[in-house]
Ligand binder design. Structure first.
Ligand code: RIB
Ligand code: CA
Length: 310
């Protein structure tokens, strides 16, 4: 794999953090140009603070964090209880002085993309508000985007409504803009994420591991697993990590090219995605991942980072 120059757009979020950790475990494959936060699993100030807390804790203060949109394009914010009272419950981060950069997010994203020596891959781990606004206000960036890889949508089911996944439900208008932008896009929907899981035993293994980095990972994953345990699951889905691991090794995933539609409104239907196979489409929608490989890669990445971050 050639090295990817990436912008991470996220709402951390437990699984967003795991996605960023895995990218940091592979500096030969990922150059993180910057991180933008967006209103999603919780409100923007909390989400941004979570991102800064993590970067400070793992000593990656050099990665610039820029605050993005504080609300979806049309709808009101819709915080998610699965991530706890502050959007990243489970670990008490020490105090620090890290701050977001002062530029506005559209200029930040545009400048990062246009000044990158290579085309930029956008890792989209949250509602697509920032990315949709960027494509609308600065369409000149499209030629320097290699691909948008996003976690969102579903083939046939949902996690906030019977047929809608959270990242698309939270801002369907933004998703519609991104899907129709003609920028090469890979979508990782819920059903593919069903294969992107870790075992309860892995969570317990991290709980027993007292290394500096693993304490954070264990705290966050132990909290994130509560939802699954309440539903008698022994495997836990780490949705957003699928974006990093797909970019790392796409041959461990299967999908097909599809036309995409987003339902913009309706009490039962808001945020529903409709994928129809079309080999000429610019959108690739994943269906399956290699679960065994996914879990082992995650374990290896955390183990590697735990040996070098302390
Ligand atoms: O539906 C899963 C998505 O919503 C993920 O991005 C996760 O972080 C959650 O907030
Ligand atoms: Ca997320």
């Amino acid at each position: 794999m050639h090295k990817k120059y990436v912008l991470v757009d996220c709402d951390p979020g437990h699984d967003d953090v795991m996605a960023i950790l895995s990218a940091l475990a592979h500096p030969e494959s990922f150059e993180i140009l910057g991180i933008t936060t967006v209103c999603g699993n919780n409100l923007l100030p909390l989400i941004t603070q979570n991102m800064l807390n993590v970067l400070s804790y793992i000593h990656h203060e050099e990665i610039p964090v820029c605050m993005g949109a504080d609300k979806p394009l049309v709808f009101k914010p819709s915080p998610q209880p699965a991530h706890g009272y502050n959007g990243l419950e489970g670990f008490e981060f020490p105090q620090h002085h890290l701050k977001p950069v002062s530029s506005d997010y559209l200029s930040f994203m545009r400048d990062k993309i246009l000044s990158s020596p290579n085309k930029v891959t956008i890792m989209a781990l949250a509602p697509l508000t920032n990315i949709a606004s960027l494509l609308t206000h600065h369409p000149e960036v499209k030629d320097n985007i290699e691909e948008i890889v996003l976690m969102g949508g579903s083939w046939y089911r949902g996690n906030v409504l019977p047929h809608a996944e959270f990242n698309i439900y939270a801002d369907p208008h933004a998703a519609d803009i991104v899907f129709t932008s003609k920028v090469k896009t890979t979508i990782i929907p819920l059903e593919c994420c069903d294969d992107c899981t870790i075992d309860e035993e892995t969570v317990q293994m991290w709980n027993q591991d007292n290394r500096y980095l693993t304490k954070m990972v264990a705290g966050l994953m132990d909290f994130f697993a509560i939802y699954g345990r309440q539903h008698q699951r022994t495997r836990h889905t780490i949705f957003d990590l699928a974006v990093t691991l797909y970019l790392l090794q796409p041959d461990k995933f299967e999908g097909e090219y599809c036309d995409t539609k987003v339902v913009l409104s309706g009490q039962e239907t808001r945020g529903q995605t409709i994928f129809t196979q079309n080999i000429n489409s610019h959108v690739y929608v994943l269906k399956h991942a290699d679960t065994k490989w996914f879990e082992q890669q995650m374990i290896d990445d955390i183990n590697h980072l735990a040996n070098i971050i302390n």
